[in-house]
Ligand binder design. Structure first.
Ligand code: FAD
Ligand code: NAI
Length: 474
């Protein structure tokens, strides 16, 4: 007979594994089913994020940044290094090691929290007498039943029609993290988050990188002044970014030939050794057999959920990339926790207005809340204040003065509506803004808080002061 659980979690990425741990903490019996296989066919918990996303990309971003820094960033500090060589095998091996540490860490957390784990692909079989039957493919090869089901099956990279990823010449994020030699010429389609992060990695390692983007505006979701500052810096670093293109035929042979028209409509050809296609991701419900129980998907394939991550079926929930909202690991985690708490009778909560975004380029870009263009479009009266890292003592000492911090606050109440950063350690600095917005702080609140000197966080305080036109150091 199939083993019964209070909660069956399908998918072991950040949405699923965190939901499983939280549900187990709350005293529920939990199994997490995950299909991901490592190179040896074994389990590799952590989903896209751990295996081919957040973790390996940040490992490669860090390593490639060291490589660039040691060549071009140390001389001004009086540190002379000669004969710098790239050992790409070691760099890729380190990245794989970091991934494995995370895979193993999740397995350990499952044991510690008494979460059962089954390795295989889960599919709905039927709903019967208040429980759902789920079949799990090999290697687990068994069936379980669950009172509650949490679907956290994530997303897959979007391919061009008729141009599947071969991961040799046409690369998704998976192939982009595994190139075993630095290509002379690398093309990237899509100047989004993956295009900029992966383009940066391979440029730093020596590739000539060209990014082709369909939209006329660079990073349209980012605050305009931050996006324009970032664009300037990336171009100066040597990333060739062409906006407003229309991609035509893409042919593979000895290399990859991309035909496109540029923003003025002129026919162009880009010849590269490899091409990363990073044009967004699509929800993944492959093999889930959602129709066996009537689980509703929308026209784009996302599982339909309400604000509480409830699907159209009783006791079936869905979280993370497979549902609406930003495709971010921390968003998936927050939803996973909230759903586990709701199942246990608590009041789980996710504030979608304070989910931070980070692009881990150099300099990093990070933001939370509304952009200036969104406030203008919605007719909200606002004040803004900016502070450049150029005027920050710690940034000067670091030798990295690029970028700025920008605050947007309500014109009347002074409540912080958005904070936008491009600059060193923006990923860490944004946390202060998230806390402030979560507590509905005003710009004045941040301006009155003592920030240690000399720190990059003083730029945040100064930008808050600038909202009231009283920055001290600029
Ligand atoms: P996933 O992580 O995709 O996990 C889903 C899991 O479910 C997978 O293991 C899959 O094998 C499994 N699965 C699917 N169907 C079944 C089934 N039927 N049965 C069993 N198992 C199944 N986000 C950030 O916040 N920060 C970053 O820095 C960041 N960097 C990224 C870099 C790259 C290159 C990419 C591609 C993504 C990045 N993301 C980042 C996004 C982040 O990876 C996703 O938002 C996150 O992984 C979503 O988590 P999830 O649990 O919803 O799905
Ligand atoms: P994206 O949505 O960030 O960017 C895709 C880009 O491709 C867009 O600018 C879009 O206009 C462009 N595009 C789409 N079709 C095109 C076409 N036919 N020709 C040319 N350009 C085209 O998607 P991306 O970069 O694939 O990443 C997917 C998601 O993964 C991100 O949206 C994000 O949610 C997540 N991610 C998060 C990271 C982070 O948090 N640091 C890092 C990497 C990915």
């Amino acid at each position: 007979m199939a083993k019964h659980f209070d909660v069956v979690v399908i998918g072991g990425g950040p949405g699923g594994y965190i939901a499983a741990i939280r549900a187990a903490q709350l005293g529920l019996t939990v199994v997490c089913i995950d299909a991901w296989q490592n190179a040896k066919g074994g389990p590799a918990l952590g989903g896209t994020c751990t295996n081919v996303g957040c973790i390996p990309s940040k490992a490669m971003l860090q390593s490639s940044e060291h490589f660039e820094h040691v060549q071009h960033g140390l001389a001004e500090h009086g540190v002379e290094v000669k004969g710098v060589k790239l050992n790409l095998g070691q760099m890729l091996g380190r990245k794989d090691g970091v991934v494995k540490q995370n895979n193993d860490g999740i397995q350990y957390l499952f044991k510690k929290n008494k979460v059962s784990f089954l390795h295989g692909r889960a599919s709905f079989v039927k709903a019967d007498a208040g429980a759902y039957e789920i079949a799990v493919s090999a290697p687990a090869n068994e069936s379980v039943t669950g009172k509650h089901i949490i679907v956290a099956t994530g997303s897959n990279p979007r391919a061009f029609p008729d141009l599947p990823f071969d991961e040799q010449q046409i690369l998704s994020n998976t192939g982009a993290l595994e190139i075993d030699h630095v290509p002379k010429k690398l093309g990237v389609i899509g100047a989004g988050v993956i295009g900029l992060e992966m383009g940066s990695v391979w440029r730093r390692l020596g590739a000539e990188v060209t990014i082709l983007e369909a939209l006329p505006t660079f990073l349209g979701a980012v605050d305009e002044s931050v996006a324009s500052e970032a664009h300037k810096l990336f171009v100066k670093q040597g990333l060739a970014i062409e906006m407003g293109v229309k991609i035509g035929k893409i042919k593979t042979g000895k290399g990859v030939r991309v035909e496109y028209t540029n923003a003025s409509g002129a026919a162009q050809v880009l010849e590269v050794d490899k091409l990363i296609v990073s044009i967004g991701r699509v929800p993944n419900t492959d093999g889930l057999h959602s129709d066996a129980v009537g689980l509703k998907l929308d026209e784009r394939g996302f599982i339909v959920v309400d604000d509480h991550c409830k699907t159209n079926l009783p006791n079936v929930w869905a979280v993370g990339d497979v549902v609406r909202g930003p495709m971010l690991a921390h968003k998936a985690e927050e939803e996973g926790v909230a759903v586990a708490e709701r199942i246990a009778g608590q009041h789980g909560h996710v504030n979608f207005d304070t989910i931070p975004w980070v692009i881990y380029t150099s300099p990093e870009i990070a933001w939370v809340g509304k952009t200036e263009q969104q406030l203008k479009a919605s007719g909200v009266a606002y004040k803004s204040g900016s502070f450049p890292f150029m005027a920050n003592g710690r940034a000067r000492a670091l030798g990295d003065t690029s970028g700025l911090v920008k605050f947007l606050a309500d014109a009347q109440s002074d409540e912080i509506l958005g904070v936008h950063i491009v600059g060193p350690m923006a990923s860490e600095l944004i946390a202060e803004a998230v806390v402030a917005m979560e507590f509905r702080a005003s710009a004045e609140d941040i301006a009155r808080i003592c920030h240690a000197h000399p720190t990059l966080s003083e730029a945040t305080k100064e930008a808050a002061l600038a909202v009231d036109k009283r920055a001290l150091n600029f």
